[in-house]
Write a protein that binds this ligand. Structure first.
Ligand SMILES: [Zn+2]
Length: 408
């Protein structure tokens, strides 16, 4: 079995101002990246090695003082910028020559030291010059610093903060004693918790997400109309609105995912989700459609990612026909129905919960859920367990983390 390496980017603020030497380093790094990008564009190469061969001497000359490892890292950043540019060129959406505007620098774990007790990062600038950054620590940060099972990954420095990557092997998922199967739609996750012959409906409602998205969509249209004469202003305004709403949505999706996973953990459940890979947005419908698919994919991603960290097994199944199949007699209905699924055999159930029963059925019949069984006839219509509801988003501050994702 391949053990997954999980990476988590933890954001730290500084206790003091960023030292002037470090500011210079940020500027040097940006310059080096942009120079490397220019060389790469001229020579039409994107790999870090090719860039290094072509440009190392010149760059070394232009930036005589910069620490060699930082220069190597600048090549790496330039390489990924160039790769993205090439991808956009192929897709026909590249509209400018790439360069980095933002001040930042990235370095691998060989090039910096971190005192995990005191919370001091030691960053070399040049051969004879280091800066020490004392980081502001909270309980949240301590969890990562104090735990030996986390090793250190890259460090990314910005003028006002630093992101340190903590790495850990994924824990082995537990053997499930029950299954939660969830069908996702624009406003909620609906599904069932199944344990042997008990099948109980569960629900995690996040209708605020759809509301935020709709409001964002309307406001964006209004802004575009209002500032139609000034494209640049309109673009800037839209972008600002966009990122604010984006954060609001992501914050809620994280809360939903945490609630679902804590529930799953408390019952030692495996989580069954539909595999959204093949699902494409329907372009012929309104723009709304396009907007609404993103949060669903994102929520699935967040659940999967967090589940890996917590050792909760996730099973993804092909959702084909799941919304049109009768879990009792197996017949497939032709058309999409209203809010309720109805079958000739007399079975009827909320459309989304019905779909989740079918997902669960697929997972179990394919043996993906260990030896667990399940009996759709034992479904209890009268009780719904609420895993999450909008009131639970009542504002507590997000903790300033960001997901870097998992690497195999
Ligand atoms: Zn039926």
């Amino acid at each position: 079995m391949i053990v997954q390496m999980l990476v988590k980017g933890v954001v730290f603020r500084f206790g003091d101002e960023l030292p002037p030497d470090a500011k210079l380093l940020l500027e040097d790094f940006r310059l080096a990246v942009n120079n490397a990008i220019r060389v790469g564009l001229q020579a039409k190469v994107t790999s870090r090695n090719a860039l290094t061969k072509l440009a190392y001497k010149d760059l070394r000359h232009a930036h005589p003082k910069i620490y060699a490892q930082h220069l190597a890292s600048a090549f790496e950043v330039a390489g990924s910028v160039l790769k993205n540019h090439r991808r956009r060129l192929r897709a026909g959406s590249a509209n400018r020559i790439p360069h980095i505007r933002r001040l930042f620098m990235k370095t691998e774990n060989q090039a910096y030291k971190l005192d995990r007790v005191k919370g001091v990062a030691d960053l070399p600038i040049r051969a004879d010059c280091h800066v020490e950054l004392s980081l502001v620590l909270s309980d949240y940060h301590r969890r990562y610093l104090d735990n030996d099972s986390y090793s250190l990954g890259s460090l990314t420095l910005f003028p006002d903060r630093v992101i340190i990557a903590f790495r850990r092997n994924a824990p082995r998922p537990y053997d499930p004693e029950s299954v939660i199967s969830l069908d996702i739609n624009e406003r909620s996750l609906d599904g069932v918790l199944a344990k042997n012959d008990d099948v109980v409906p569960v629900k995690a409602e996040f209708s605020e997400v759809a509301i935020i998205q709709q409001r964002h969509h309307d406001r964006r249209k209004r802004l575009q109309k209002k500032k139609a004469h000034d494209r640049r202003t309109s673009k800037g305004l839209c972008r600002r609105e966009g990122s604010r709403d984006h954060h609001r949505v992501e914050y809620r999706l994280h809360r939903v995912a945490n609630a679902v996973l804590s529930f799953a953990e408390s019952r030692k459940s495996a989580v069954v989700l539909e595999d959204l890979k093949g699902i494409k947005p329907r372009w012929n419908k309104e723009m709304n459609r396009r907007l609404s698919l993103w949060p669903r994919r994102k929520l699935h991603q967040i659940i999967e990612y967090k589940a890996q960290w917590r050792g909760i097994p996730v099973i993804k199944v092909d959702p084909r026909y799941s919304s049109r199949t009768c879990p009792i007699c197996g017949s497939i209905q032709n058309s999409r129905m209203g809010a309720e699924f109805k079958c000739e055999c007399g079975w009827h159930l909320d459309r989304h919960i019905n779909a989740s029963l079918n997902l669960l059925h697929t997972a179990i019949s394919k043996g993906m859920a260990g030896g667990l069984r399940f009996n759709p006839g034992a479904f209890q219509h009268d009780v719904v367990m609420t895993l999450y509801e909008p009131a639970m988003a009542a504002r507590s501050e997000p903790n300033g983390t960001s997901c870097i994702g998992a690497v195999a």
